[in-house]
Design a binder for this molecule. Structure first.
Ligand SMILES: [Zn+2]
Length: 356
């Protein structure tokens, strides 16, 4: 065998190993996604069938393969097992392998791609949590931040020591700007601009409230004053029931701050752009579908699980709009982040080269 063949075979073995490790970690991520929002222990309980409760035998716990061999059915009762478990295992395995292909250990060392994989694992967990519950576990967001900090320190140390020349070419300044470049606008849009637009443009309740307050400030007969006051109390009750309306949740903000630290400003802006475009398209689709559903007077599917989570673990909501028109934005940002991990600054640089 020629040296290049040997190298190819060696690389292939490494990639197969990374793929397998990714699948095993993906299997653990499934447990996190399922149990963290319910405040259940990650280690104490063995995996069991959701239908018959039978514990799953160790030989049926091989990531990806077990689901395929059992054709997505419980060995004990034959109930269908969601393909989502297998898909998350495969997704994790593929993403990990792609990280190691893109950030070859010969050039980047082992630590950087490892931190990148751990970071992506945390992104997968919060995105699926967001999809299920419209919130993200604070603990996972903290881990995500820790991985981003770990990767930053690795990059700084590697550069300083000259041990590895090109860990990532993202400078510390670039990272710190990246940390705020998307998270601060999201914070402003989510918690200042959207609530203001909601209160002053969209909400009929708030419009009525302002009208009533105006009437109350003019001179009214005592009888009218009482009527206006009771109408006002009713409107206030409705507003209170609905709760405040935010554009994005704190989960989205923390997610993009961690991604910015990890990827630098160019890549995190790329990630946000991809997320907002995809999320916008999805938002328009569900809105038009929702209107159609209203026309045909079919009941609109309500958010699942959220109601069962009374004693759940600490989590940051990612949306608190009225239940009917809210959707999880995290997964779209997640797709943007995953893309940005692979393309890095390339999209930004290409775009600005077009502008001259
Ligand atoms: Zn079963």
């Amino acid at each position: 065998m020629s040296p290049s063949t040997v190298e190819m075979v060696a690389n292939l073995i490494i990639y197969i190993f990374i793929f397998a490790a990714g699948a095993v970690i993906g299997s653990f991520l499934n447990v996190c996604i399922l149990r963290l929002p319910r405040g259940e222990s990650l280690v104490k309980q063995n995996s069991h069938c959701m239908t018959c409760g039978a514990y799953i035998k160790h030989y049926d716990l091989i990531p990806i393969f077990s689901w395929l061999i059992l054709r997505g059915k419980c060995r004990n009762c034959g109930a269908k097992i969601s393909p989502r478990y297998m898909l998350i295992e495969t997704l994790t395995a593929v993403l990990f392998t792609c990280v190691f292909i893109k950030y070859d250990t010969a050039a980047y060392g082992f630590l950087f791609p490892m931190f990148a994989c751990l970071f992506l694992a945390a992104v997968i967990v919060v995105c699926f949590e967001d999809l299920d519950t419209k919130s993200m576990s604070i603990s996972v967001l903290l881990w995500m931040g820790a991985f981003a900090i770990g990767e930053t320190l690795t990059a700084l140390f590697a550069r300083q020591s000259g041990y590895i020349e090109s860990v990532t070419r993202i400078s510390l300044t670039d990272r710190i700007i990246g940390m705020f470049a998307v998270s601060v606008p999201l914070l402003l849009i989510g918690f200042v601009i959207t609530p203001l637009i909601y209160v002053y443009v969209i909400s009929d309740d708030h419009k009525e409230r302002r009208k009533l307050l105006k009437r109350l400030s003019s001179n009214l007969a005592p009888y009218d004053e009482n009527r206006v006051k009771s109408a006002l109390a009713k409107v206030d009750e409705r507003i209170k029931e609905q709760g405040p309306v935010y554009g994005f949740g704190m989960g989205d903000v923390v997610l993009m701050a961690a991604a910015g630290l990890m990827l630098g400003v160019k890549a995190v802006v790329t990630a946000a752009f991809i997320g907002i475009v995809l999320g916008g398209i999805y938002g328009i689709i569900i809105k038009s579908k929702g209107e159609k559903a209203e026309e045909t007077a079919e009941p609109i599917e309500s958010a699942p699980i959220a109601s069962e989570l009374s004693d759940s673990a600490p989590a940051l909501p990612t949306s608190s709009s009225p239940a009917s028109d809210r959707f999880a934005f995290g997964p779209f940002l997640g797709i943007g982040i995953v893309t940005a991990v692979y393309v890095g600054n390339a999209v930004w640089d290409w775009y600005f080269s077009l502008l001259g």
